[in-house]
Write a protein that binds this ligand. Structure first.
Ligand code: NDP
Length: 402
């Protein structure tokens, strides 16, 4: 029986809170705080209608550490689940240390002025969390999150060593809009326009953004073009699976998305440095976010499926070189029917609930800062099957040919 405080009332926060309410044996009391309280109230009303569970709501600016610490003291949670934006990670970690509460998030810290996607800022909290006897779990979404748990499961049950790893993220959903992003537009566009980086023979190799592409037949979706990009779990996987010779991350994008993004980039609308406009500083990408559809508004119209998973090649338990493909397929309309959010929020919010459950039930425990692949994958994988994200694994004929 534990109280949880969720910070962030976007699409991911909405799914996580709905799923926590459906598991009230683990999450006995749920509090939701965000910058805009009306968004928390709307989620609480939907949760009440769907599950009968009450969610307490609060206004908070999580960039303000003393205010966040005061809120934590008022709510007295065992765990704070950070589903706001990556900019808030360090401030919320500081507030957790100040109040003696465990921490969890779904995306690594980013400074506002650099799109870097590196764990070192959060790994630097290792000693402080350890000394305080607290746990910080980083990246409990789908990617990062489930993709690392998939790798840990393959290593536990199928492969003694993983030499090659490809993470394939396909969103085959169609929301009927010319251009929109499926999660926070600012974070999404920063990620997509950053140079691609992949792990090869002990170092990261950088290539220009969206230059390397590959067609792939995704079950439940069809053939899609996926682009190699950098994603933060490559950094933690390279650290915790030191035998990896190559690790890459791929994401699918439609032609319309690429066309719009190219134009926006060419005209400077994706810049993250401030420019002067009518005597006031504005950041073009933040202005762009303000005119794009809110991801949480796309749920009602999005049709199709997501298919996200890992293809891993290595030496199997029987000594043979083998390749396995492990993935989840999630339907946008089913996700919307259950929680009122599309599948990109759903595939992130469900693992956020499960990561929180791992901490609150003590199935995953430890003092310090942890990534997902450091723990026993089995209880997490069981909960994926039980709570809406069933996975499948199959052996392929051989390693990927690209
Ligand atoms: P949204 O933009 O929809 O929601 C973010 C929420 O955080 C909003 O409610 C926003 O408030 C709130 N917020 C922003 N700044 C503050 C602040 N200073 N204090 C308090 N609240 C704040 O994003 P998503 O729900 O799509 O994504 C949430 C997180 O999940 C992001 O960090 C994203 O990177 C991560 N993510 C991770 C994935 C994974 O697989 N690991 C996949 C997708 C997303 P307001 O409404 O007032 O703006």
């Amino acid at each position: 029986m534990s109280t949880v405080l969720v910070i962030g009332a976007g699409g991911v926060g909405s799914v996580a809170v709905h799923k926590m309410a459906m598991n009230s044996d683990i999450f006995s009391k749920i509090a939701l705080a965000s910058r805009t309280k009306s968004k928390c109230d709307a989620i609480a009303a939907s949760v009440k209608e769907r599950t009968g569970v009450d969610v307490a709501t609060y206004q908070i600016d999580a960039d303000n550490v003393p205010a966040t610490a005061a809120l934590i003291r008022e709510v007295q949670p065992k765990l704070v689940v950070n589903l706001a934006l990556p900019y808030q990670d360090l401030n919320i970690m500081d507030a957790c240390l100040e109040t003696g509460v465990h921490y969890m998030d779904t995306a690594n810290y980013e400074p506002r002025d650099q799109a870097k996607f590196e764990y070192h800022w959060q790994w630097a909290y290792q000693d402080r969390f350890k000394d305080a006897g607290l746990m910080a779990l980083l990246g409990s979404g789908f990617d990062p999150g489930v993709t690392s748990v998939f790798a840990a499961w393959l290593k536990k049950h199928k492969l003694d060593t993983i030499e090659q790893l490809d993470i394939l993220d396909c969103n085959g959903g169609d929301h009927g809009q010319a251009f929109a992003t499926n999660f926070n537009p600012e974070i999404n566009i920063r990620e997509v326009t950053a140079p691609a980086r992949h792990w090869e023979n002990g170092e990261f190799v950088e290539t220009p953004a969206m230059q390397v592409s590959q067609k792939f037949e995704f079950e439940g979706v069809g053939e899609k073009t996926m682009y190699m990009m950098y994603h933060e779990e490559l950094e933690s996987l390279a650290k915790f699976l030191p035998e990896l010779k190559r690790a890459r991350f791929w994401m699918t994008f439609g032609e319309e998305y690429i066309k719009h993004l190219t134009v926006l980039q060419n005209v400077g609308m994706t810049r993250i440095d401030p420019v002067m406009y009518e005597g006031k500083e504005i950041v073009p990408l933040q202005f762009l976010k303000a005119v794009l559809p809110e991801p949480s508004s796309l749920g009602e119209t999005t049709k199709g499926k997501t298919n996200i998973g890992d293809i891993a090649t290595g030496i199997a338990k029987d000594g043979e070189r083998r390749t396995f493909y492990i993935n989840n397929i999630c339907d946008h309309e089913d996700a919307y029917a259950e929680t009122g959010n599309q599948a990109v929020s759903y595939t992130t919010g469900v693992p956020a609930m499960i990561g929180a459950a791992m901490i609150l039930t003590g199935k995953w425990s430890g003092d310090g800062v942890f990534n997902m692949e450091e723990f026993d994958p089995d209880p997490f994988m069981d909960m994926l099957n039980e709570h809406g994200l069933p996975w499948q694994v199959k052996e392929l004929d051989g390693p990927v040919e690209f």
